[in-house]
Design a protein around this ligand. Structure first.
Ligand SMILES: NC(=O)c1ccc[n+]([C@@H]2O[C@H](COP(=O)([O-])OP(=O)(O)OC[C@H]3O[C@@H](n4cnc5c(N)ncnc54)[C@H](OP(=O)(O)O)[C@@H]3O)[C@@H](O)[C@H]2O)c1
Length: 292
């Protein structure tokens, strides 16, 4: 049986939808914190059991009969998530899974200024020590995060943010579809695999693209790091969150998100969606709302 955690979240929820097109529903089980949120899956024949990284016994029960387990990386910003991931790995091993998969990130590094990269590095080390075959799906940076990182450029004509670097922004739905292909297929992917769009772009590139797509000049303005953090805090962001996000810019400047890999396109059988696609969607949506 293929077990998917985080199936009531966006990424692995998408993965289950794609899995349902690839394997019979009775070969899929989901381990979710709130079974009521997975009723739509139970109705289609997916086994739904309660499981949380905070509850090892329940987690093990939800992994019963597992051949492959896909562990979602926790999204909890307030806690050290590595012990939670360890609980997931231990439960998968105990359940007898023959392969453990994990939703990692394209940038993994214990010394990174970007906090999630440190979590993923520690988790991948646990996977390597688990004694079970493992696959780390090193997903590209979600492209829709640009809606937040770029700010209200459509209203202001300005992209104001700290100095950045190239990032291979990748559509989350593409990552979900590719994970399903890996989970359902027979090709063994051992260790880390990188799943990104085909190109890495900077905010300068994005400003140029936005200008081209909207027909008006969109300027890139570089803010001082501390000035940017102060601005975030003044707008209500907790300082630790603002500093975590500053870590994104610092890591981007070091070129940590600039990798691209053709594997995602190969798994999808098409070109992954690009930043241009995303901006074109946003520009079109603005056209429909009649904004200026
Ligand atoms: N590549 C990127 O750019 C990027 C960006 C942001 C985040 N991420 C990472 O990718 C993950 C998946 O992204 P997403 O968009 O699907 O996020 P999401 O919609 O917030 O989903 C996260 C899932 O993790 C589950 N979860 C959280 N803590 C858990 C725990 N203790 N035990 C079991 N399940 C737990 C949540 O369960 P509930 O449904 O019950 O809440 C949810 O289903 C995130 O959690 C985060 O680690 C990656």
């Amino acid at each position: 049986m293929i077990i998917v955690t985080g199936a009531t979240g966006a990424l692995n929820g998408g993965t289950v939808e794609h899995l349902l097109t690839l394997v019979p529903a009775d070969r899929i089980g989901v381990s979710v914190r709130d079974v009521a949120k997975a009723r739509h899956l139970a109705e289609r024949g997916v086994r739904v059991r309660r499981g949380s990284y905070d509850d090892p016994a329940g987690l093990l029960d939800s992994f019963e009969g597992a051949d492959r387990v896909l562990l979602v990386s926790s999204n909890d910003p307030g806690v050290d998530t590595v012990p939670l991931h360890r609980a997931g790995i231990e439960a998968a091993v105990k359940a007898g899974a023959r392969r453990i998969l994990y939703t990692s990130h394209q940038h993994v590094g214990l010394g990174s200024p970007f906090g999630p990269a440190r979590v993923h590095a520690a988790t991948e080390a646990l996977l390597a020590d688990s004694g079970v075959a493992w696959t780390s799906l090193r997903n590209g940076f979600y492209a829709h995060s640009l809606d937040w990182f770029l700010g209200p450029w459509r209203e202001t004509g300005v992209i104001a943010a700290p100095a950045d670097g190239p990032v291979s922004w990748t559509e989350r739905g593409d990552e979900a579809a590719a994970a399903a292909v890996v989970l359902a297929g027979q090709r063994p992917f051992d260790g880390p695999v990188t799943l990104t769009a085909d190109a890495a772009v900077t905010f300068d590139d994005i400003a140029a693209l936005a200008s081209e797509l909207t027909g008006r000049v969109v300027r890139r303005v570089v803010l001082d790091d501390e000035e940017w953090v102060a601005g975030q805090v003044a707008h209500g962001s907790p300082e630790p969150m603002a500093r975590m996000l500053l870590g994104f810019f610092q890591a981007a400047r070091l070129g940590r998100f600039d990798g691209v890999d053709p594997l995602l396109g190969q798994l999808l059988g098409r070109t992954p969606r690009t930043v241009r696609d995303l901006l074109a969607d946003r520009a079109a949506a603005r056209g429909h709302t009649g904004g200026t």
